[in-house]
Design a protein around this ligand. Structure first.
Ligand SMILES: *[C@@H]1O[C@H](CO)[C@@H](O)[C@H](O)[C@H]1NC(C)=O
Ligand SMILES: *[C@@H]1O[C@H](CO)[C@@H](O)[C@H](O)[C@H]1NC(C)=O
Length: 261
C-alpha cells in the first residue's frame, strides 16, 4: 500500500516536471501595442474618455517558435510553472508602477465593473505572465513591458513610417517601414470594424523580442500578419491607420458604405 502510494506520488512528480518543461519551452516574447482609435472605432461610446492618442499595451506574450502564444496557465492542463503568483495578488505588488500602467496599459473598454484596468492586468497576467519567465515576479514582468513600450525606438507612431490619416496604406508598406526603422519585421494585427466592408484597420503592431530577462533584443516575428489581415485577398490588404477619435465620434457607416458603393 505504502509503496503503491510512493509510486503514484513519484509518477505525479515526473508528470508535473514533464508538463512544466513543455509549458515553459517558449521561444520569444511578443509585445503587442494597440491603436486605440481602431479598437474603439465602431463603438467609441464604450471606450474610456479621452480615448488615448498613443499606442497602448495589450500584452507581453511568451510565444512558441511557430508564432502561437503559449496557452494560459492552468493548474491541471498547463502547469507551466510551480506556484505562480495568483492574479488576485498582483495589484498590490504593482503600486510602484501603477501610474505608468494606467497611462500606457489601460483597459480601453469602460465596462461596468470597478477597476477595469486592474481586471485587464489580471487577465494578461493569468493568460501570459504566469507562464512567462516571471511567474513569481509580476513587478519585473510588467515593468519590462512598460520599459519597451515607453521607448521611442519602438513607438509605432515613429517606426510605422506613416502618420494616422484618412487614406489606407498597403500592409506591405507598413511591414517594410518597420523593418527599415527597427531592423526586424513586426506582426500586424487588423480589425474590420465596418460591418459588411472589407476595409482593414490597423489594430495592433506587435514586436518580437528574443527570450531574455528582461527581453531587449528584437527578432523578426515569424508570422507578419494575423488572420483578420489575411481574411481579405492580398491585393486588398490596404490598412487604415485612422486619425484619433473621441468617445462622441459618430461613424455614419451606412452613409460611407452607400457613398463607396
Ligand atoms: C504551433 O506549435 C504548437 C506546439 O507544437 C502546436 O500545438 C500548434 O498547433 C502550432 N501552431 C501552428 C499554427 O502551427
Ligand atoms: C448619414 O449621413 C448622411 C449624409 O450626410 C445623412 O443624410 C444621413 O441622414 C446620416 N444618417 C444618420 C443616421 O445620421
Amino acid at each position: 500500500m505504502v509503496i503503491k502510494q510512493i509510486l503514484a506520488f513519484a509518477a505525479a512528480v515526473v508528470a508535473s516536471l514533464v508538463v512544466s518543461a513543455q509549458g515553459s519551452e517558449f521561444e520569444f516574447y511578443k509585445l503587442s501595442l494597440i491603436w486605440p482609435s481602431s479598437v474603439c472605432f465602431s463603438t467609441p461610446q464604450n471606450c474610456i474618455s479621452p480615448i488615448p492618442r498613443i499606442f497602448t499595451i495589450h500584452g507581453l506574450w511568451p510565444t512558441l517558435k511557430n508564432g502561437t502564444a503559449l496557452p494560459p496557465y492552468d493548474p491541471v492542463d498547463n502547469n507551466c510553472n510551480l506556484s505562480p503568483v495568483a492574479p488576485g495578488d498582483i495589484v498590490a505588488k504593482l503600486t510602484s508602477i501603477r501610474a505608468r500602467l494606467q497611462t500606457k496599459w489601460p483597459n480601453l473598454i469602460k465596462g461596468n465593473r470597478p477597476n477595469p484596468d486592474e481586471l485587464f492586468w489580471q487577465i494578461e497576467w493569468s493568460h501570459h505572465g504566469m507562464c512567462s519567465d516571471y511567474p513569481q515576479d509580476p513587478l519585473p514582468y510588467f515593468t519590462s513591458a512598460l520599459n519597451l513600450a515607453e521607448s521611442d525606438k519602438y513607438d509605432p507612431l515613429k517606426v510605422l513610417g506613416v502618420a494616422p490619416s484618412s487614406t489606407p496604406h498597403p500592409i506591405d508598406t507598413l511591414l517594410e517601414n518597420v523593418k527599415k526603422n527597427v531592423g526586424f519585421y513586426p506582426q500586424i494585427s487588423c480589425s474590420r470594424p465596418i460591418k459588411g466592408s472589407n476595409q482593414l484597420y490597423l489594430r495592433e503592431v506587435r514586436l518580437c523580442f528574443k527570450r531574455a530577462m528582461p527581453p531587449s533584443a528584437l527578432q523578426n516575428c515569424p508570422d507578419d500578419m494575423d488572420d483578420v489581415c489575411r481574411s481579405v485577398p492580398p491585393l486588398d490588404r490596404n490598412v487604415m491607420f485612422p486619425l484619433p477619435i473621441t468617445t462622441s465620434s459618430v461613424h455614419n457607416v451606412s452613409w460611407e458604405l452607400m457613398a463607396s458603393a
